[in-house]
Write a protein that binds this ligand. Structure first.
Ligand code: IMP
Length: 423
């Protein structure tokens, strides 16, 4: 089965949990967009694992691929490869020679741009993602394949420095520093060059051999550079179609598209958020859900589940089914709410998402299932969906009704095992 897993909100939907859940020991896992601005935490009985570049199921898969659509920070890459190989020493790793390289200079420019934006700032992760994609599209970028040649890296770095002089004012990047960066990047190349290849060939073979594959979209749909809440978005496409340009595999080859929805909404950084909560209610939800960025540690903005937003995303991605994550967290509240529409004044929901119309969320109120103990969760996991509390079943059915998409999997606790398939 060839699967695509992607998020239908503003990122941090828990895609990693679902990717991990559907991956098998013989799977090929693929990332095709973004870089270390993404982040997944997988909690297993052995502990907590944080990945920013590698797909979430890497701990047990047979092969992982970092596709050409990614922007890769070699420093982070070397660390994550080291970590994953301790747990999964037989893992096969394929890194696209055509993926682009994030350097310290790009991270600096990310910060400089944010400062220059003043009150127009985006709230980026400051990982250099935007500037690296800029380099790619102006055709001045450093690709993974360039790291083979230290002189080529240096030439490119110097050229980029010249082009970007206003962003690099007061920066430490003199010739000596650039030589150091070039040398370090080349050293990293020596470490991972054995994994570098034209990944599209391996992927095409995997498709032809009917391998079990899971493509994992980075970031949520509403962070898509075209369809998200521009300019408060990331610098890559995050919708399903990005899989094709970011990996070389046609979307027609994908047999199942799973949209991941967190039982409530969260967002990091600036931008519109129609169902956002404030004050004590927000604090309660943030604490209960542990809503602090995996990548930046920033407290996330939080709010109720927003159906107009999820439906927009589900349509853009043409999802087949939905997985709902973190349902247990809503047990914190006695009454929970779902936004079913934005009120009559908002004809086009995306206008509210873009901040062009004021959304007045219309809510449905539902009874909660209350806090569940670990043993209750364990019991549900053991015995299956039938043991799920009725209030939670009602919530899941309501999401199905409002989205018109089947909910096939739910997640009700932190650890990897706390995932329940709905028959
Ligand atoms: P950038 O991707 O670092 O340029 O950040 C742009 C915006 O996207 C910021 O608001 C980030 O917080 C947000 N963002 C990027 N990637 C993710 C993600 O994986 N989860 C949540 N927010 C993200």
């Amino acid at each position: 089965m060839r699967n695509l897993v992607l998020g239908l909100q503003f990122g941090d939907e828990g895609k990693g949990k679902i990717t991990d859940f559907i991956s098998q020991e013989d799977s090929v896992l693929v990332r095709y967009n973004g870089g270390t601005n993404a982040g997944h935490t997988v909690v297993t009985s052995k502990g907590k694992f944080k990945f920013h570049l590698l797909p979430a199921g890497s701990l047990k898969a047979e092969s992982i691929v970092l596709g050409n659509g990614m922007v890769i920070d070699p420093e982070a890459l070397v660390k994550e490869i080291g970590d994953v190989l301790v747990e999964n020493p037989k893992l096969h790793i394929y890194i696209s020679s055509a993926a682009h390289v994030v350097t310290r200079m790009h991270r600096f420019m990310d910060g400089a741009q944010e400062r220059m934006r003043g009150d127009m700032k985006i709230g980026t992760t400051s990982h250099g993602i935007g500037p690296t994609y800029e380099e790619k599209y102006s055709r001045n970028g450093i690709r993974i394949e360039d790291l083979e040649d230290e002189n080529r890296i240096l030439r490119k770095l110097k050229f980029i420095r010249e082009l970007r002089s206003s962003e690099l004012q007061d920066s430490p990047f003199d010739d000596r520093e650039l030589e150091k960066i070039a040398r370090e990047l080349h050293e990293k190349w020596n470490y991972f060059s054995k994994y570098v290849t034209r990944t599209e060939y391996f992927l095409m073979d995997s498709v032809n051999n009917n391998r079990h594959m899971v493509f994992e979209g980075g970031h949520g749909t509403l962070l898509d550079i075209d369809f998200g809440t521009y300019p408060y978005v990331t610098s890559s496409n995050t919708i399903s179609g990005a899989l094709h340009t970011g990996s070389g595999i046609s979307l027609r080859k994908i047999q199942r598209i799973i949209g991941v929805v967190k039982a409530y909404t969260s967002r990091v950084g600036e931008g519109p958020f129609p169902t956002e909560l404030h004050g004590q209610e927000a604090d309660r939800l943030r604490e209960a859900g542990g809503e602090y960025g995996t990548t930046t540690g920033r407290p996330r903005r939080v709010g109720w589940l927003d159906i107009p937003l999820v439906n927009y995303a589900a349509n853009l991605n043409d999802v087949d089914e939905i997985s709902i994550t973190k349902l247990d967290v809503l047990g914190e509240f006695k009454t929970i709410r779902i936004c079913k529409s934005y009120g009559n004044k908002v004809k086009v929901p995306v206008d509210a998402l873009l901040g062009k119309a004021v959304a007045e969320p219309e809510y449905i109120e539902m009874d909660s299932w209350g806090k569940m103990s670990e043993s209750e969760i364990g019991h549900i996991v053991e015995t299956g969906y039938d043991s799920v509390p009725q209030e939670m079943k009602d919530y899941v059915s309501m999401v199905e009704k409002l989205t018109g998409k089947p909910v096939k999997v739910i997640s009700i606790g932190q650890i990897r095992e706390s995932t329940v398939v709905r028959k």
